[in-house]
Design a protein. Structure first.
Length: 140
């Protein structure tokens, strides 16, 4: 089984959404962990938007990158520019690193309807990325 670490600034929203999709899409082929440069707690709107597509993030935790310093990963995915710029070096074999700066819906100011729409848009961006990732890197 391959190991993937998903990194974002606060491990609260985008990395949690990606964690949910990668765990679901890569079931049996991929062990998924996520972490942040800081911890901000799991965003309640991220939990809600993923529940709409049948993925439960309610038991996920917000973790620090340093929690995983001794684990050897096959893949590291940064989901925001800040995380990519501050990603530490991980020990072990050559790790494949990937980066995609997904839109951050947690920063949007607006009506509840506008914020919900932003979370759904980001969810779909991340879902599409995760589907392609699994297809390309976890194919039999």
């Amino acid at each position: 089984m391959k190991k993937l670490l998903i990194i974002c600034t606060g491990n609260s929203c985008r990395s949690q959404i990606a964690h949910g999709f990668m765990e679901s899409l890569g079931a049996g082929k991929l062990e998924v962990l996520s972490a942040g440069i800081e911890t901000h707690g799991v965003n309640l709107r991220a939990i809600k938007t993923m529940k709409e597509v049948g993925i439960d993030l309610s038991k996920n935790t917000s973790n620090l990158i340093s929690d995983y310093g001794k684990i050897t990963f096959d893949f590291i995915l940064t989901v925001c520019d800040h995380a990519a710029e501050n990603c530490p070096i991980f020990p072990g074999k050559a790790v494949q690193k990937f980066h995609n700066n997904f839109t951050d819906p947690s920063r949007l100011k607006g009506t509840e309807k506008e914020i919900e729409a932003a979370f759904k848009t980001t969810r779909e961006e991340i879902k599409n990325y995760c589907e392609k990732f699994v297809e390309l890197y976890l194919a039999e």
